[in-house]
Ligand binder design. Structure first.
Ligand SMILES: Cc1cc2nc3c(=O)[nH]c(=O)nc-3n(C[C@H](O)[C@H](O)[C@H](O)COP(=O)(O)O)c2cc1C
Length: 389
């Protein structure tokens, strides 16, 4: 990240999650409702564990906003963990261990437990799992909501929908991404197809009954993105690379594709390149299709940006897999702690947040501006230059 920087902090059962976002220009209207709305979206979705019933996330804005507008300084956000009252002893920052909680010693295959314990030299896996947990993504969604609010000033919208859960999948043929998004918003599994949603729910019920878990695939898109964000000139400026890293950084995401992605590799070049035409009336270039997912040469090309991510199944299983106790070295079953069965719908909302963070960064890199007014002037002049190209 260049223009926009952010950090998150906080443990899953600690007092709170904290985030600091720097680089948002001054004058952007912002209130906690803009953020709470997104936090709520992250918390919904069929297949989540008991925690979602305890937590109803709300943000507090601690800095960077005055009288409903950003002032250009770092924006600090806090989300309190409502569960803290049950954990304040177990997660105490005081020196003394008072025996109030047993150490976690049975690493879960597929989680950060064993690798983290070895790396950080700890014999209580809680020190690892508290931070590797996807609870952290609540703050990413909050920070992403600020960037979403910024992008809205430039008529850029970001959405997502789920295309598969386990073996149930859809292949959305519809070109209208916004209508897929709206349908997904009404589905408990964020899938735009009603029939497939039902089958996904049945599959989740089956996994729940059998003490198992599921993963899946979701697509994130951005509409209204101008051509020219990102660049071909250096590896780390390529927007496809930056978006892929951002999506891949979400816990349990194991694959990312841009546009047609892996399927492109199976076809002839003539079948997958998006042919170029010119609309004289609008003085703009256009494409018949969008197999490129809106990015060519690491730059946006003016078409919708589309990125797809694959999430592996949740590693914590009610019917735990074989593991080894890190103290006794004896063969045991892995630890179980209240867990989601499927979190693909939530992951798609987190994917949107990451897309917003990356796009806001790339947008400010291209158009600059310390105030929204200045960014808008720069943007307007670029759009004018495109029409006269
Ligand atoms: C929204 C979301 C919710 C998750 N919920 C759980 C959960 O309840 N239990 C669990 O074991 N893993 C859960 N995960 C996945 C783990 O956080 C992830 O698998 C773990 O951190 C190991 O990282 P890795 O899978 O990227 O290697 C969740 C992931 C996401 C994105």
């Amino acid at each position: 990240m260049r223009t926009i920087r952010f950090l998150t902090a906080g443990e899953s059962h600690g007092r709170a999650l904290t985030g600091v976002l720097e680089g948002i220009p001054s004058g952007l209207p912002l209130c906690s409702d803009d953020i709470d709305r997104e936090l709520k979206r992250r918390q919904t979705g069929y297949g989540r564990g008991g925690r979602m019933k305890i937590e109803s996330d709300r943000v507090e804005i601690l800095s960077g906003v005055r009288w409903g507008r950003t002032i250009g300084s770092p924006i600090t956000l806090v989300i309190e963990n409502k569960d803290w009252q049950n954990w304040h002893e177990a997660m105490s920052v005081d020196k003394q261990y008072n025996g109030c909680i047993e150490p976690v010693t049975r690493p879960r295959p597929g989680h950060a437990d064993l690798a983290g314990a070895l790396k950080y030299g700890v014999h209580d896996i809680r020190n690892i799992l508290e931070r590797s947990s996807a609870r952290e993504t609540a703050m990413r969604v909050a920070l992403g909501a600020v960037c979403r609010r910024f992008l809205l000033e430039f008529d850029i919208t970001v959405g997502s929908y789920v295309t598969s859960i386990g073996s149930v999948s859809i292949n959305p043929q519809a070109k209208d991404l916004m209508s897929l998004f709206k349908k997904a918003e009404a589905s408990p599994v964020r899938c735009p197809d009603r029939e497939a949603s039902k089958r996904m729910i049945e599959l989740i019920d089956r996994a729940l009954k059998e003490g198992d878990s599921l993963g899946g695939v979701f697509e994130v898109f951005a509409l209204g993105v101008p051509p020219g964000l990102g660049s071909h000139i250096q590896w780390d400026r390529r927007l496809d690379g930056r978006l892929s890293q951002a999506l891949m950084s979400i816990q349990a995401i194991k694959g990312v594709e841009v546009g047609l992605g892996f399927k492109m590799a199976e076809r002839f070049g003539s079948e997958v390149m998006d042919e170029i035409s010119y609309r004289h009336a609008e003085k703009s270039f256009s494409r018949k299709g969008n197999n490129a997912g809106g990015i060519e040469g690491g730059m946006t090309n003016g078409m919708p940006v589309i990125i797809r991510a694959a999430m592996k199944p949740i590693p914590t299983l009610k019917r735990p897999l074989k593991s080894v106790d890190i103290i006794t070295k004896k063969s045991v079953r892995a630890a179980y702690e209240r867990s989601d069965v499927c979190a693909v719908p939530a992951a798609s909302v987190i994917g949107e947040a990451m897309m917003c963070l990356v796009l806001a960064d790339a947008f400010l890199e291209k158009f600059g501006g310390d105030s929204i007014k200045e960014t808008k002037q720069n943007y307007k002049s670029y759009l004018k230059s495109l029409r006269g190209f």
